[in-house]
Design a protein. Structure first.
Length: 123
């Protein structure tokens, strides 16, 4: 049997989709934009291309450091609602499954774990 059509590789289609597409622009990292950040991150998790572009944008912009600073500000202010929303943002970053991002997040995870452990010990 002769094949008269070229076999289309799905990866080629995904590569073509990236051509000419501008890099992701991350929302401003502040308390006023926290809902926008959360929705943006969740929307990027649905597509492998968007996931990759989001992880590159997060890395290149130093966004995790900005989110960590926002976390500490919310913690100092006792803003539990914002901390819950930040949890969703950090969860989205973990779901990107990128080692480079894990390495940046690890100190924050240790800090949170130590805080939770010390609260439990006090009780």
């Amino acid at each position: 049997m002769d094949i008269t059509q070229d076999v289309i590789d799905q990866n080629d289609e995904e590569d073509d989709a990236e051509v000419g597409v501008p890099a992701l622009k991350l929302p401003t990292c502040d308390l006023a934009h926290l809902d926008e950040i959360s929705a943006f991150f969740v929307s990027c998790l649905v597509s492998p291309i968007k996931r990759e572009r989001l992880s590159v944008a997060i890395e290149s912009d130093g966004y995790i450091r900005k989110l960590t600073d926002l976390f500490h500000s919310c913690e100092d202010a006792g803003n539990v609602d914002a901390l819950h929303r930040l949890y969703g943002v950090f969860k989205s970053i973990f779901l990107l499954n990128k080692t480079a991002l894990f390495e940046v997040l690890y100190p924050l995870v240790l800090y949170i774990h130590q805080g939770i452990t010390s609260v439990r010990l006090k009780d």
